[in-house]
Design a protein around this ligand. Structure first.
Ligand code: CA
Length: 307
């Protein structure tokens, strides 16, 4: 009773208890603050607003690896044809296919590379400017010749044997170069992008941004798909230059550049910069058919490594 009274009667008893509680609360708050600070360091984004949603694209940037440099020399010339055909492409047999644009309209023609004789000519696209040409051949399926329109937003699918139009497919953007790498179509559109497309439906599958070198500010024009063993590659003309770029489609990288100027003796600077057609030659890895203002007719060139 006495002790209870003494405790309760002490003038400092209640204040001590209050101070102890305050001290305990301060310590607890300090511990909580330290814990929160540590947690924030471990998870910097915790407690913050979620980052803005990023736009998802299917564009894959190309890489730059060791780049070979080639120089071109003329080793042959067609006895027929002219330098105006666009989208040169290897057709069936020794036929060289190219887009034609006449006052009657756009079309396609096939020139025999051995005789230089024009074996087929169709002018069936009035009002359209035709550009890139690609040949798509798959086992067990009829071959297709795909042909682009420069600004018509329409691709023409033709029978490989007759070149007669079978159907049309619409697409967005401009159509410049086109080729088939054996698994898909590769299209350029007047930029540094390569558009990969399904070879049967023409549907867009993926876009490759070709960047990383002095060519980054240029534009890709005419294309030609080639194989180096199992590697799928594409030669592309750099618009308004006399240079070709080789892009490895599996590495997503530029692997070579080729200077065509040495193969255009007598051409003016402006003529050297107008390349309109590139076609591969079966069995000749470093040889190509080329057409452009630097020659009167399509020429066969050989690329040799420049030291
Ligand atoms: Ca071509």
């Amino acid at each position: 009773m006495l002790r209870r009274r003494r405790l309760t009667a002490s003038p400092f008893a209640g204040r001590k208890w209050g101070l102890a509680r305050i001290a305990a609360l301060i310590v607890a708050a300090a511990v909580l603050l330290i814990a929160c600070t540590c947690a924030e360091k471990a998870h910097p984004g915790r407690g913050l607003s979620p980052p803005a949603r990023t736009t998802s694209t299917n564009a894959a940037s190309s890489r730059v690896v060791k780049v070979e440099t080639f120089a071109a020399a003329v080793v042959g010339q067609l006895t027929g044809g002219d330098n105006k055909g666009m989208g040169l492409e290897n057709g069936e047999g020794a036929l060289l296919l190219e887009s034609t644009n006449t006052s009657q309209g756009g079309g396609i023609r096939g020139i025999d590379t051995t005789s230089g004789v024009e074996r087929i000519q169709l002018i069936d696209q009035p009002g359209r400017t035709m550009s890139g040409v690609a040949v798509s051949v798959r086992p067990g399926q009829p071959g297709i010749v795909w042909q682009l329109t420069l600004k018509g937003n329409v691709a023409i699918a033709r029978d490989l044997s007759t070149l007669v139009e079978q159907r049309q497919v619409s697409y967005r953007g401009e159509g410049w170069g086109l080729c088939d790498d054996g698994t898909q179509l590769v299209q350029s559109e007047g930029s540094m992008r390569l558009v990969l497309r399904d070879a049967d439906t023409f549907a867009e599958k993926e876009v490759i941004e070709v960047a990383g070198g002095w060519w980054s500010s240029r534009r890709l024009g005419e294309l030609e798909c080639v194989r180096d063993g199992e590697r799928r590659q594409v030669w592309a003309n750099l618009v308004d230059t006399s240079w070709l770029l080789r892009v490895d489609l599996e590495e997503r990288a530029v692997t070579a550049v080729a200077d065509l100027a040495p193969a255009m003796a007598g051409a003016t600077a402006a003529e050297r910069n107008l390349i309109s057609g590139i076609a591969s030659i079966s069995g000749a890895r470093n040889e190509l058919w080329l057409s452009g203002s630097g020659w009167r007719r399509p020429v066969k060139i050989r690329l040799a490594a420049r030291p």
